[in-house]
Ligand binder design. Structure first.
Ligand code: PHE
Length: 359
């Protein structure tokens, strides 16, 4: 074997290694040179047949080339692996600072917001949410609530009646959420602790009344329930809802389904056309309440000798206007997108007591 030839071969193989574009090409070069049938392996085998005087030098030179080539292959492989990793990282790159999804553009209506706030407050006091139908019958809306036929209180509710199908009793759009009290007491034994938010209807339309409006009913029935619970519960509610200390005052009133009955006023301040809720020298009526009338418990199959309850009903639209400074009730129902963008709430900001009711 001629040494010059070996040198040329070495240069060719090293150049091939240096030019290998990927690991696969490099492996082909490696097998071609150092594999079982590789060119250097074959030459190594041929050394045995050489003249003894040449054998040593030729063997040493071949071994040098073999290890030089092996080192070059390893170095090139290292480079190629690094480059492959870089390319993969570049192609899989994500910008973790990008927002996961676009902020929703829809807004939550103030009435829905206030419902959610009230549910958050009462859930914290252990109340459950109950529901009833908007279309009611006479029994649930009136009779069971101690308002028998011909009772004058029926005239206070300007009721929408539905046309009765032949031979059936006429139905009506519920005039308050109080029928949900009846449905709840009839369907579960005491103790009861529920609120019932929903739509209510009366034939009434002017600056401060709309034919459809919203109420939240509250009902607690237990063996030891008394007027003090009613007062404490409602006091806590208004302070949590308005997010300030709110003084309250109870005035005697009349509802057929509660006895005694009261209206609750909250303290406020009026000056030059603006109204501030909280301590002040003025009062604002916000809800009706009282101890559930024994006749109502009786209509619902609850022993009024053993059980007592309190109930209240709040107009949602009005307390939403008060809390959020909305001047006109009718704007609630105009479905005006500009109004909703202004007065609405971010869809993902669910009100909770720990994170804040309204943000
Ligand atoms: N249902 C009454 C109304 O609509 C409010 C109320 C509810 C009063 C419960 C007392 C107890 O005016």
């Amino acid at each position: 074997m001629i040494m010059d030839d070996l040198e040329t071969l070495g240069q060719r193989l090293l150049a091939e290694v240096g030019n290998a574009e990927n690991l696969k090409a490099l492996e082909t070069t490696r097998v071609g040179a150092l594999g079982k049938k590789g060119i250097l392996t074959t030459r190594m085998k041929a050394i045995g047949a050489m003249d003894a005087s040449l054998r040593r030098d030729a063997g040493a030179a071949l071994n040098r080339l073999k290890s030089e080539l092996a080192a070059a292959i390893e170095a090139r492989a290292e480079d190629l692996r690094g480059a492959a990793l870089d390319a993969q990282l570049r192609s899989e790159r994500i910008d973790v600072t990008l927002p996961a999804r676009r902020a929703p553009t829809g807004r939550v209506h103030p009435v829905s917001q206030v419902f959610d706030e009230i549910v958050a407050i009462f859930a914290n006091m252990g109340f459950k949410v109950a529901e009833g139908p908007d279309i009611e019958d006479d029994f649930h809306n009136f009779t069971a609530l101690n308002i028998p036929p011909e009772h004058p209180a029926r005239q206070d509710h300007d009721t929408f009646y539905l046309r009765a199908p032949q031979g059936q009793a006429r139905q009506l759009l519920r005039t308050h959420t109080s029928p949900v009290q009846v449905r709840t007491m009839k369907s579960q034994p005491p103790p009861v602790r529920i609120i019932a938010p929903g739509r209510t209807y009366r034939r009434d339309s002017d600056m401060t009344h709309t034919p459809m409006f919203h109420q939240v009913e509250g009902l607690v029935v237990d063996q030891t329930t008394h007027m003090g619970h009613l007062k404490g519960c409602l006091q806590d509610f208004v302070s949590a809802f308005f997010e300030v200390e709110v003084p309250v005052r109870f005035r005697p009133s009349y509802f057929p389904f509660t006895s005694p009955s009261a209206e609750m006023d909250i303290g406020c301040k009026r000056s030059r056309g603006s109204l501030t809720i909280g301590a002040g020298d003025d009062w604002l009526e916000i809800l009706g309440c009282g101890m559930v009338h024994p006749n109502v418990l009786g209509h619902c199959g609850i022993d009024s000798e053993r059980y007592q309850g309190f109930a209240f009903g709040v107009g949602i639209d009005r307390i939403a206007m008060l809390k959020y400074g909305i001047p006109d009730l009718r704007s609630f129902f105009d479905a005006d997108l500009r109004w909703l963008r202004h007065y609405g709430f971010a869809a993902l900001d669910v009100p909770t007591l720990h994170a804040g009711l309204a943000r």
